[in-house]
Design a protein around this ligand. Sequence first.
Ligand SMILES: C[S@@+](CC[C@H](N)C(=O)[O-])C[C@H]1O[C@@H](n2cnc3c(N)ncnc32)[C@H](O)[C@@H]1O
Length: 206
Amino acid sequence: MSEFDRKAATWDQDAAKVARAERVAEAIRDMVADLAGRHALEVGCGTGLLGFALRPHVARITLADTSAGMLEVLRQKIANAGFQGMEALQHDFTQGPLPEARYGLVCSLMVLHHIPDTEAALRRFHDILEPDGLLCMADLDSEDGSFHGADVTDVHLGFDREALRAQLQRAGFQDIRFRTPFVIARETGQGPRQYPVFLVAARRSA
Ligand SMILES: C[S@@+](CC[C@H](N)C(=O)[O-])C[C@H]1O[C@@H](n2cnc3c(N)ncnc32)[C@H](O)[C@@H]1O
């Protein structure tokens, strides 16, 4: 059982995680004028907090995660809501052959720092987008390691925006724009800290 499997049942009880997803969804809607009609893919959807907030604004949404525990909670939420056009999928889009499906929007929230090879993942996200498709990713700005603590060593310590912009450009993206839709407030061993969350929107070349 993974860390995320263990956390799945109580994930939505954290009001800050719910607010974070809502603010990021609002920012995506604000930054992307032409969301309607797109088939969205959320990579690392967890319990679907971002996906549920985006669902009314896209044609349909595929919610993918590697954690069986997260997907179990998500499937129950979809069934309870009775929503059409929401599909839960256990899949890692950063590895293995790419599926045939192409998407009009690929999005993620707090997932990129868990993916070891950022640039390879960006190239794959580029390749699963339709021409003119959009990538919207939210994650931590560069931090000193205190966000996850010293015991967690298999994550990126946030991202430098200009370095990420260059990686996106090398992966084939254009029209790259950043915002700060949310700031995570957290108690750490060194006292209260604030961790800004960026949202980057980028467009695949047509
Ligand atoms: C910090 S949680 C964020 C969950 C959700 N996006 C949210 O903000 O509530 C990271 C999620 O990414 C998933 N994840 C990590 N690496 C992944 C990968 N390569 N492919 C799909 N999901 C991944 C984890 O299982 C976990 O559910």
